[in-house]
Design a protein around this ligand. Structure first.
Ligand SMILES: *Cc1c(COP(=O)(O)O)cnc(C)c1O
Length: 365
């Protein structure tokens, strides 16, 4: 059968990054390329950002940082989940900047630094309301003192992460921003690289005075903040060729569970793509795709490796034609935020999932 193809438009990612940079000219926009750059290919995205002049990247793990270095990224890399004990030697070799949320871990880094004659750049992670990684705000003064007493550590920055940043007026958002601002005077002079906002925080103008921010989903073209939805360019499209077109009589059921019964004699296009390829099964009964610049409904349940679309109203459609499950065709477009809304999830999960299995091609900037 014909393989489905995810196309990644790298110039859209760069354009989105520049869009963020223009919103806050005094602020360094550090692209978040964790989880295989949200399905867009970590090495390819890192390489494109290197060529475009990015000075920093943020990843979750040392392994991801390693991939970015192998792709030729020479700037500073922030490891947001911190460096695990057995990763310390490789992290030192790659000159990574580590999140710091555990003194025990910092001691290991310090010991390694002393025995190998190198300093670690650390960013203190504070939990202002996510209840995820990080020191509690009340623990921060003691943590700073403890870190300052450890040799070969440079506390360069402090950061936190917002829980409901698409809602700037939410009491938790207000409290998180205030808590973070209250911490800033407690930080030592050397701790200047402070950052709080990801995509929605930036677009909702939260803590604009900070010198760094960490946009992720926005770089790939998505935001929940309606005012900016049309301004970002989705970078991932997904095309799939029709394997078979057939005529099925009225009254027949389509797909597993007999959830859809045809009301008329219909032409159905079968496409070799399903939930095993990252197309959520919970889109069953609600999905659409693009063919010949028009939307057509996907009927019945999404199968593991196939879906059936109703092309009765498009008599010219034939096997081998290219359908778009994500993308733009003529006037019609269909993007991951729409799929996400129907699948009761967020665009992040859709693009991470779709980027995992189909073959990918990268359109170079
Ligand atoms: C994922 C992540 C980001 C980026 O978030 P987006 O909502 O995708 O912009 C920033 N900071 C941290 C700590 C993250 O985990």
């Amino acid at each position: 059968m014909f393989p489905a193809t995810v196309k990644i438009n790298l110039s859209h990612i760069l354009a989105n990054w520049k869009f963020f940079a223009a919103l806050r000219p005094h602020c360094r926009m550090v692209p978040v390329i964790k989880s295989d750059a949200y399905g867009h290919g970590l090495p390819q995205v890192a390489e494109a950002l290197q060529k475009a002049g990015a000075s920093h990247l943020a990843v979750f793990t040392t392994g991801e940082a390693c991939t970015a270095r192998q792709a030729g990224f020479r700037g500073e890399i922030w490891v947001l989940q911190g460096i695990l004990p057995d990763e310390i030697p490789i992290a030192a070799e790659l000159s990574l900047t580590s999140a710091c949320w555990s003194l025990e871990n910092s001691r290991l880094l310090s010991e390694y630094g002393q025995s190998h004659g190198l300093n670690w750049r650390l960013h203190l992670k504070v939990d202002t309301g996510m209840s995820r990684l990080g020191f509690m705000p009340a623990e921060v003064p003691a943590a700073i003192s403890a870190l300052q007493a450890l040799p070969n550590l440079e506390l360069r920055g402090c950061f936190s992460h917002l829980a409901v940043s698409a809602q700037p007026e939410h009491p938790v958002t207000r409290k998180q921003v205030q808590t973070f601002r209250d911490l800033l005077p407690l930080l030592p002079e050397c701790c200047r690289e402070n950052h709080l906002c990801a995509t929605e925080g930036i677009l909702n103008d939260l803590a604009p005075e900070l010198p760094f921010a960490r946009p992720g989903i926005g770089l790939y073209g998505y935001t929940e903040t309606a005012a900016f939805a049309g301004k970002l360019r989705p970078a991932m499209s997904l095309q799939c060729r029709i394997a078979s077109v057939k005529t099925v009589p009225a009254g027949a059921f389509v797909s597993y569970g007999c959830q859809h019964q045809l009301q008329r004699d219909s032409r159905l296009a079968v496409l070799p793509f399903g939930y095993a390829d990252g197309y959520p099964r919970c889109l069953s009964g609600a999905a659409e795709l693009l063919l010949q610049g028009r939307r057509v409904p996907v009927l019945g349940r999404v199968c593991m490796g196939m879906i059936m679309a109703d092309v009765t109203d498009l008599p010219e459609v034939a096997a081998g034609d290219q359908a778009l499950l994500l993308g733009q065709q003529g006037e019609a477009s269909l993007w991951a935020d729409e799929l996400a809304a129907k699948a009761h999830t967020i665009s992040h999960e859709i693009i991470c999932g779709l980027g995992k299995y189909p073959q990918r091609v990268w359109e170079q900037p």
